[in-house]
Design a binder for this molecule. Structure first.
Ligand code: PLP
Ligand code: SF4
Length: 522
């Protein structure tokens, strides 16, 4: 019987190839330091019932062969010594991974993969700071804003306090943020036509020092909004509203625009026309007519309560609408569209959470939010999302791709990672719509967005990658195809993260067409 522990035939192909190269070197070495290093590694590999010391020895030998052309024999290690260690490694490893597989394949692949995120990791804090990273500065700004607006702690910490101290005039804005005179005049001019409203909390996220701060850009209208107004495209509701408060593109999902109010008005708002110039309270009849439309259309299974911002609705109304929807048999699930956890997280009180939990108990509730930069995710909004996520089926994010705000790889990765770490799952990334000429200046070419989204595959968790969408009378996917073609029954695919082309054997068409299979075989 051959001694299997040193039988080189039992080595796998990776290890055999590895050994072939290893032994192609000089078999003498007079560097005593190196010799004692190898001795120590060898002893550890022999003494311990662990994989790590064996891999450490083989990795060192690989490096010495590659850099100094030294064979293991230079250190008194024979092929059979190494075979014994390689087989010991395979025996210890639960999945019988070989030394050759680990040292020559897996470790270099991991090294290459790691290098793909090096740049991101080194610049992400500087180029795309999160509200967590900026929290100390934000707290300082909060103190200033509090005193300018004469807000008590109680005002600051309550939703009603945030709303009643909203910054909606250029006078207030210029008190709380350092803006050049020219900008102040421009904003004064634009706000004659466009409404501006920031909660003091959202204003505190602005890093005054940074030009074109992404939070500032999202909340304070600039001259472009007036300059860009050309041919008005009718608002979505004009041709997509089959009933009062309802928008419908799809057979089974509809939206109820339950309010026209938001805690903060976005400069890139798709619903600009509908949000209108002033807050409106909708009547009970309006909600009833919308609900009647849903009651009478039994194909509808998923209701999206939006606005405006669904969380602007008083708890009582929210509860009423959710209860009414839960009582309709064919309605199976609900969504609430809200930015309030980032614009006024103080709103997320226990009463609201109870309403969500109760409705979620009956039929799934998802909360769909909009976060466009990591800067908007602070300890406060993170806490709000954590509490919401404990009470609903899912918390999803719909971001808008916006020039200067999140149109780089680093900013988008950071956004997606930061929100995911705070219980929010990236769902959609919208290419900023052509529909409102007011925000033409924010638009980013479709291709640029594709590059950004493609760069995420393989580099961050799959469930942190949003779907890239164009809104044009419904949501149309914009992803780039990674199918390059087909040849001899193979589909030719490209790996998005490194461009490597792989042949993927497709299912056999004839086998697939055979209906008499498995338990139905004749
Ligand atoms: C976004 C939207 C929906 C929901 O679309 P999903 O792809 O299901 O998220 C439904 N109706 C209208 C009018 C919408 O704007
Ligand atoms: S929260 Fe939504 S609806 Fe409200 S202004 Fe912003 S984008 Fe428009």
């Amino acid at each position: 019987m051959p001694d299997i522990s040193t039988n080189p035939d039992s080595l796998d192909i990776f290890t055999k190839d590895f050994f072939d190269t290893l032994f192609k070197g000089n078999d003498t070495c007079d560097n005593t330091d190196l010799k004692s290093q190898i001795d120590a590694l060898k002893q550890a590999a022999l003494d311990q019932e662990l994989t790590t010391p064996i891999i450490a020895l083989f990795s060192k030998l690989k490096t010495l062969q590659e850099t100094k052309k030294l064979s293991p024999e230079a250190f008194g290690l024979s092929a059979s010594d190494l075979t014994a260690l390689a087989l010991k490694h395979e025996t210890i490893d639960e999945h019988n991974v070989s030394v050759g597989g680990r040292v020559c394949k897996a470790l270099p692949i991991v090294k290459e993969a790691i290098s793909r995120v090096d740049e991101y990791l080194s610049v992400k804090t500087e180029q795309a700071p999160s509200g967590f990273e900026l929290w100390d500065t934000i707290l300082e700004t909060q103190d200033k804003i509090k005193s300018y607006l004469k807000m008590t702690d109680q005002d600051w910490n309550s939703y009603s306090g945030q709303i009643s101290h909203c910054i909606d005039t250029v006078e207030d804005l210029s008190k709380v943020i350092d803006l050049p005179e020219k900008v102040i005049q421009e904003v004064a001019h634009v706000t004659q036509n466009y409404r501006m409203r920031l909660t003091p909390y959202y204003a505190s996220l602005i890093q005054a020092a940074a030009a074109n701060d992404p939070v500032l850009l999202q909340s304070v209208p600039t001259g472009e909004m007036v300059d860009n107004v050309g041919i008005e495209i009718p608002p979505v509701a004009a041709d997509h509203s089959p009933a009062r408060l309802i928008d419908q593109f799809y057979p089974r999902v509809v939206t109820i625009k339950a309010t026209n109010m938001c805690a903060m008005y976005c400069t890139h708002c798709l619903r600009l026309a509908h949000i209108g110039k002033k807050d409106r309270i909708y009547t009970e009849q309006a909600y009833e007519e919308a609900l009647d439309y849903i009651r009478e259309n039994d194909r509808i299974r998923d209701i999206l309560i939006t606005g405006g911002d669904a969380f602007v609705l008083p708890n009582k109304i929210l509860k009423k609408i959710l209860t009414a929807l839960d009582e309709i048999d064919h309605v199976k699930m609900k969504r609430l569209g809200t930015r309030i956890p980032v614009t006024a997280p103080q709103r997320v009180d226990n009463e609201l959470l109870d309403i969500l939990a109760q409705s979620n108990d009956r039929k799934p509730v998802r909360v769909v939010t909009q976060i466009n930069t990591a800067q908007e995710m602070t300890p406060l909004s993170g806490d709000a999302f954590k509490r919401i996520s404990k009470n609903v089926f899912a918390v999803l994010n719909q971001a808008v791709l916006l020039k200067g705000i999140n149109d780089t790889k680093v900013k988008m990765w950071k956004l997606c990672e930061t929100i995911q770490e705070n219980y929010v799952r990236p769902y959609y990334l919208f290419n900023c719509s052509y529909r409102n000429p007011q925000f033409t200046h924010f638009r980013v070419p479709v291709e640029k967005g594709r590059d950004i989204i493609e760069s995420m595959y393989g580099n961050i968790s799959g469930d942190a990658i949003p779907r890239y969408i164009a809104t044009a009378g419904g949501k149309i996917p914009l992803h780039r195809s990674n199918v390059e073609g087909a040849a001899n029954g193979d589909i030719i695919l490209k790996k998005p993260w490194n461009g490597e082309v792989v042949h993927y054997p497709d299912a056999d068409q004839d086998i697939y067409a055979n209906e008499k299979f498995a338990f139905m075989k004749p």
